[in-house]
Design a protein around this ligand. Structure first.
Ligand SMILES: [Zn+2]
Length: 324
């Protein structure tokens, strides 16, 4: 039995499973085949700009082998302190990330920023708690974690196994509405909260010194975007993101660094095709199951995870557009 503690600001409630991303509900049947990772093994971080280091998550489902860390994680080092942006999917991964940071610098970790509440981005947070770091996120992050914690903890405990020991939700102490700036010493990070898009608690981090934008899952590259907030909202947010004066982006899923704003193009093309075709199906009085086969078929083959996540995106979008 894995012991864990849940810290939340409000009253937690268990949400029904259809509200959760499909990749969370498709539990791996072959867990026994997975080999537990060596916790002492250092992570490979890539320096994508001066003082900006990124762990690139694999395009896989969460397993004991990848420690649930299937999204990207970032580290930014100032002259006084360090910020971590997303911490992977388990305390074991968080500890490895922390060890890697300690091999890069002796400076203290002052901030742990979560780009949103999805489990592959937040369950390493416990490894940084108690060391003096301040936890930050969107003003709706705490509530999202509280509402979804029971499901996420159960799902990732099954997927990740023993290395999920100690997993818990850490409530953010800094809640961002609009913009908040943090200074790591000669290095200012701009934390920006967005309206509902990928989720209802998406936050980006812009390193002003190098123009590196940590977009969280507001930007997917190569892997199919997952709509867990609002399709129309996300398309609006993409237009706002295009105005961010960045030199490069660290997407939530995809390469450690991608050109900006070009990295938005493929994602916008897919989401627009989804909007166009699902809207047409709704207007024609169609059903979700037929919409799944008819919406954006030209996008199959262009994305990793299309067959797994596209049906869910159609379902979520159909429900959203039915009420237009
Ligand atoms: Zn996500």
């Amino acid at each position: 039995m894995i012991r864990r503690r849940i810290e939340t600001r409000g009253r937690g409630e268990r949400a029904s499973s259809p509200a959760f991303p499909r990749w969370c509900t498709g539990l791996a049947a072959g867990l026994a085949l997975c080999v537990a990772a060596d916790a002492a093994e250092p992570l490979r971080l890539e320096e994508v700009a001066e003082g900006v280091h990124v762990y690139t998550g694999p395009h896989e489902e969460a397993t004991s082998r990848n420690l649930g860390a299937v999204g990207n994680a970032g580290v930014v080092i100032g002259t006084r302190s360090v910020a971590v942006i997303d911490t992977g999917g388990s305390p074991a991964f968080g500890r490895r990330l922390r060890a890697s940071i300690e091999s890069l610098t002796d400076l203290p970790i002052a901030y742990v920023v979560s780009t949103h509440a999805h489990p592959d981005h937040v369950f390493g947070n416990a490894a940084f708690d108690g060391g003096g770091a301040v936890f930050a996120g969107h003003r709706k992050l705490g509530r999202a974690l509280a509402v979804r914690a029971p499901f996420y903890l159960d799902a990732f405990e099954r997927l990740v196994g023993a290395d999920f020991e100690g997993a818990r939700i850490v409530a953010p102490a800094v809640e961002v509405s609009g913009e908040t700036r943090i200074d790591l010493g000669d290095r200012v990070l701009v934390l920006a909260a967005y309206p509902t898009a990928h989720t209802d608690n998406d936050l980006t981090v812009l390193d002003l010194r190098t123009g590196t934008l940590f977009a969280g899952d507001l930007v997917f590259v190569d892997r199919l975007p997952v709509v867990d907030g609002s399709l129309k909202g996300w398309l609006d947010v993409i237009q706002a993101l295009r105005r961010v004066p960045a030199a490069r982006v660290v997407p939530g899923h995809g390469p450690a660094s991608a050109p900006w704003p070009d990295a938005l193009d493929a994602q916008e093309r897919y989401l627009r095709a989804l909007l166009r075709d699902v809207r047409r199906e709704v207007a024609a009085g169609g059903r979700i199951d037929t919409a799944i086969s008819r919406a954006a078929p030209e996008e199959r083959g262009r994305w990793i995870g299309f067959d797994r996540d596209h049906p869910r995106n159609v379902t979520a979008s159909f429900t959203e557009l039915e009420w237009e």
